[in-house]
Each structure stands twice: as structure tokens, then as C-alpha cells.
Design a protein around this ligand. Sequence first.
Ligand code: DAH
Length: 338
Amino acid sequence: MDFEQLYGEAEGRAAAAESSRALYEVKTDYLGRTGKVTALLKGMRDLLAEERPAFGKRINDLRARLEAMFASFEETARERELAKKLQSEAIDVTMPARRHAKGALHPITRTRQELIDIFAGMGFEVFEGPEIETDYYNFTALNTPADHPARDMQDTFYITDEFLLRTQTSAGQIRLMEQKKPPIKMLSPGRVFRSDDDATHSPMFHQMEGLVVDKGITLCDLKGMLDEFARTMFAETAKTRLRPSYFPFTEPSVEVDVSCSACGGKGCSLCKGTGWIEVLGAGMVNRRVLENCGVDPDEYTGFAFGMGIERIAMLKYGIGHIRLFTENDVRFLRQFKD
Ligand code: DAH
């Protein structure tokens, strides 16, 4: 057998092989266990002893050349196949992406979040009470015993004589003070319920309650903190003013107005010509309330405040009707995208 001829034939077949797989088959045909080169080796048996070393060397040379030749074709085939694969999997990164419809936070969620951010910056921590409350937490412990006339200020949904849908997040004040001793700086957002329904009232709405209890807390602390809140929430130039009011759980109690951000205090239709807008109720925590929670009112004082989140959102975004918050009209909601 002419080795050169065999090598030439192998090289021709290798060059014609179209894939790594086909190339492997050709290679096996020559270098495999039952291949042509192995067959040549077996043929050595028929040679004279002195002829064998030279013949063996020639076969080894042939094998080495074949191996090198196949390796080089394998390399080319691998490169060719990789290039083909990359091409078939190519992604055009310049192609415009499919648009994803992006939602927006509900204005109530957004306002609630803004309020939490403002007060968290002043060191308040968030505490959430239950929506189904007992008469005790919602009223009695807040210095509003049965038959107290102030119960008429809120039309309550009773579930049983004992259980009700909370009418105010103030119930959270009691729950927190029962769990935690002063110093306290609490913010309590949540849903509240009252049998009430018109352009600015809805049977379900949201409140944000605040409570601070420590040694030496005064009304000045409340005023300073509310000023900071008004400046951050409404306008850098916003001012607050306190008007005397009444709540059973605070003494003294105040109604807090913020200067109208629409007219800057000159008087317009939003503030009904007064230059001021009522935004929340507040006051110094009534001694009775502290006592009910086991806090000594001679050692500690505190202030509390409560605001309607819908009301704040309506003022901030100029929303005219409270029903818009619950109708889920996307044309309304879409306006609150960042
Ligand atoms: N709970 C009152 C309401 O729903 C609002 C309020 C007033 C909360 C004065 C307070 C407060 O914490 O001190 O009308």
C-alpha cells in the first residue's frame, strides 16, 4: 500500500467532509480501532523481523501526519460551525423594544408615601392598627365613653355592640402606648370608615395619625413640626396657623390651617377667599388618655395629630371630587405617573 496515496485520499475526504460529525467519521475510518492505519500495523506480522522497525516508524510518521491533518480540519470545522451558530442566533440590539404598559401609584398611595417620607425624616416610625376595632380602642380609651356627645361627631358602622369599623386611626395611639413606653414618635396610616357621603366625604377613606410622647413636649413642638410638614408637602413658603377646637382625646385641641398654595394666601375659590385651608386636627394628648395607657401624665406630655389623606391629596393635586379616588378611571389615574 502506498502511504502517500493513503494520506492523499484521507486528506481529500477530510476536505470534503461538511461537518465535524462527518469529519469524525472519516478520521475513525483511518485512525479508529478498526481503521486503515490500524490494519497496516496488523500487517507487520507478515514482515521479516528486520523489516519491522523501519516499517513501524513509517506507520508512526503517517499516523502523526494524519492526526495533524485531521486536527487542522477539525479546527476549521469548529470555527465554521461556531460562526454559523452565532449568525443564526444574532440579535439586532438596535431594534426598537416592545413597549410595556407601565402603571402608576394610586394618588392615595403616593400621598401616603410622601407623608411617611416627610415624617420618617423627622424620626417617626410607622405603626398600623387593625381596621376592625373594639369600642374601647376607638372611643372609650380615647376619653370618649359611651353617651359622650363627641361620639356623634362620627357616624359609626357598628358590627356588634363591642366591635366596629374604626372611625379614626387615633385608635392606634392607644394600641401603641400599651406596647411601648415613651419616648414615642409614631405615624399610623390606615383606612377608616364612617357613614358619610358627599363631594368631600366617602364612607371609606384614609387617615394619617401622628403621636409624640416624651418628657417636656409642648405645643411649640407640634407647631414647628407642622410648619416643616407644610413646607415639604405644599410649598416652601407655606405657613400654618392653629385655631382652638375640641377633640376628647386632646387638651387643648386645635384645628390646623395651611396657607392656601393656590393663591399664596391672598384668597381664591379654593380657600373660599380666606387664604387658609383646614388640613388637620391636633392637640396635646389629654392626661386621661395617657393615664388609660399607663403613662404618667405628670412625667410625660405629648401631642397628636390626625389628617385625612384624601383631603391632603385633593389639596395638593387640585382634585375636586373624592369619588375619583375609588372610581378607578384610568384617565384620572394616568395623570399621576412620574
Ligand atoms: N381623630 C380625629 C378625627 O378623625 C382627628 C384627630 C384630631 C386626630 C386631633 C388626632 C388629634 O390625633 O389630636 O377627626
